[in-house]
Design a protein around this ligand. Structure first.
Ligand code: SF4
Length: 183
């Protein structure tokens, strides 16, 4: 399936109850042949209004980090593990992650990125291992089922803890070189 076909499926999706409270599903955006895919948690208020990923305060941090790393949004593909906003930004439930994971798997199969940059704990727990603290694996390449992953703190974490800003910046800055080194 193409990314456009998957996006159309997501916009009509009713696989979990989050469709009842969403304004817009947020399939993701970017280069359909991207070497880097970034996967966050779920849409927030602004993303739900606009149908676009990372458009709120966390999006501004993400843009800063991308600029520091000399990466452009249109060279990567950005999405999240959950495509519809959980009410009041609560954490996604296990059954929602399971239901929405089908879309994410299709997106990864379609894009075939060299590396998946995991943004934060929720995506890390879904994609790598439940209960693994992001602080223990951030900035390292992990391999699972022939796919390379690169976990970093979620940009929103910087909004609550400014001490993480420098760590996140360094992890982003290391990313282009890591990707270039992958054959
Ligand atoms: S969160 Fe995912 S599975 Fe649930 S309705 Fe939205 S697109 Fe479908």
């Amino acid at each position: 399936m193409s990314i456009e076909e998957i996006a159309a499926e997501i916009k009509d999706c009713k696989r979990c109850s989050l469709w009842e409270t969403r304004n817009r599903a947020v399939p993701g955006r970017g280069d359909v042949h991207a070497e880097i895919m970034m996967i966050g948690e779920a849409p927030g208020k602004k993303e739900d209004e606009l149908g676009m990923p990372f458009t709120g305060a966390a999006g501004r941090i993400l843009d800063e980090m991308l600029a520091q790393a000399d990466l452009k949004r249109d060279e990567i593909f950005i999405t999240s593990v959950i495509k519809c906003r959980p009410p009041k930004n609560r954490n996604p439930k296990a059954e929602e992650l399971l239901a929405c994971g089908t879309h994410l798997k299709k997106q990864v199969s379609s894009i075939k990125p060299k590396i998946i940059c995991i943004l934060g704990n929720v995506a890390l727990h879904m994609l790598i291992e439940p209960n693994l603290p992001i602080g223990s694996v951030r900035g390292r390449i992990l391999k699972k089922e022939h796919q390379r992953y690169y976990p970093v703190y979620h940009p929103a974490a910087v909004l609550y803890n400014r001490n993480l800003e420098e760590v996140l910046r360094k992890d982003f800055e290391a990313l282009p070189k890591l990707v270039n080194g992958i054959r």
